[in-house]
Design a protein around this ligand. Structure first.
Ligand code: APR
Length: 339
């Protein structure tokens, strides 16, 4: 019979044998997003959870607090928090949020030096403790940090992705649904490119109940001008939240990463927009960038290439250039031993 582990947030967590019957999800960073990831993963009964943070008490406290909601919420999970790298041992999924969030007035790119240092430090732990895991990076600036983590930890490129597109397309869906006056469930939206102001929400590949958005405009449900405004709002959706809360968004980012983890753990073959390693797709080589990716038990099993108009190609390449430029800044920092 399967042995059911009891929730046990220890003050000094020990490395435990990994149960063959339960998934282990390691959260690297137990701040705003990390804490929510732990709570959602528990409530969805996704497996046992470890919260790893340099602030051991914060991680322990969150593990204990969430564990105490188990009797009320009726989930079943073993939760541990701490700052021992061995806690990551044998994790099936590792979700990385360690790093500084934005403050009002900052762009994601302003975080490159501080967060690259943090990512370098945790890459070692992932390489040593969970090299087979499916890794989802959330730390910003996203497209550059996911590539940095992949190289530093020497992970297979198809086993590590960045979470951004699911969040960006969710924002696009939310804003479109509100404007058109329909349920978000019936809106599907498509976003390409880097997780920044150059991202490309594509109205042409977005739809309401299967009806393409340009047709919805023709039917008079929404104007093209309104769609253009929503595209702009989606691009700046993160900054809108930062300006309201004084820190980066965390509810929707956590939900988005959980959907990606489930796609992998349950071999769902979902097509989710995420920062995936391009090897020639969309004319982009050896670079992490936001593209639609088929996610299943092998990680990124396929990158889906769609046709772009000449105008869309120009905007997409602007986004590629923005990511490449930031990568060059990172390379320079590495060569100066600053990260
Ligand atoms: N190892 C482990 N944890 C670390 C390390 C490290 N080297 N450095 C920082 N941390 C932890 C912090 O102690 C903090 O608890 O990372 C956590 C980050 O949490 P928050 O500051 O609350 O940030 P959060 O809102 O969760 O965002 C994290 O995701 O969306 C991005 O831009 C956002 O880069 C940011 C990241």
């Amino acid at each position: 019979m399967e042995q059911i582990a009891k929730s046990n947030p220890r003050s000094k967590p020990k490395s435990k044998p990994v149960s063959k019957h339960r998934h282990k999800i390691a959260l690297v960073g137990g701040g705003n997003i990390g804490g929510l990831l732990a709570q959602i993963a528990c409530q969805k009964n996704m497996g046992d959870i470890v919260i790893f943070d340099i602030n051991a008490k914060l991680a322990q406290g969150k593990a204990l607090d969430i564990a105490c909601s188990e009797p009320v919420e009726n989930f079943n999970a073993d939760l541990q928090g701490g700052s021992e790298p061995s806690m990551l041992n044998g994790a099936d999924v590792v979700i990385v949020t360690a790093g500084l969030p934005r403050k009002p007035g900052m762009s994601r790119d302003d975080l490159v030096e501080s967060n690259a240092k943090i990512v370098s430090s945790i890459a070692k732990h992932i390489a040593e403790q969970a090299p087979q895991a499916f890794v989802i990076c959330i730390t910003n600036p996203l497209d550059v940090m996911v590539g940095h983590l992949q190289r530093q930890a020497n992970l297979e490129p198809q086993k590590i992705v960045g979470m951004a597109g699911v969040l960006d397309s969710a924002r696009f869906r939310r804003f479109l649904a509100d404007e058109i006056g329909v349920s978000t469930k019936d809106v599907s939206a498509f976003v390409l490119g880097g997780h920044g102001d150059t991202m490309l929400p594509l109205a042409r590949y977005s739809s309401v109940a299967g009806i393409p958005l340009p047709e919805i405009v023709r039917m008079g449900w929404i104007s093209q001008k309104k769609i253009d405004e929503i595209v702009e709002r989606t691009r700046k959706g993160g900054a809108e939240v930062v300006n309201l809360m004084g820190t980066s968004a965390y509810f929707a980012p956590a939900s988005a990463a959980i959907a990606m983890a489930q796609a992998y753990l349950k071999d769902q073959k979902r097509i989710l927009p995420c920062a995936a390693y391009c090897q020639g797709q969309y004319g982009v080589d050896k670079l992490y960038l936001g593209v639609p990716a088929l996610i299943g038990a092998s990680g990124v099993e396929k990158i889906v290439e769609i046709n772009l108009t000449d105008e869309e190609k120009i905007l997409f390449h602007k986004s590629v250039e923005a990511v490449k430029n930031l990568n060059e800044i990172l390379e320079k920092l590495i060569s100066q031993n600053k990260v």
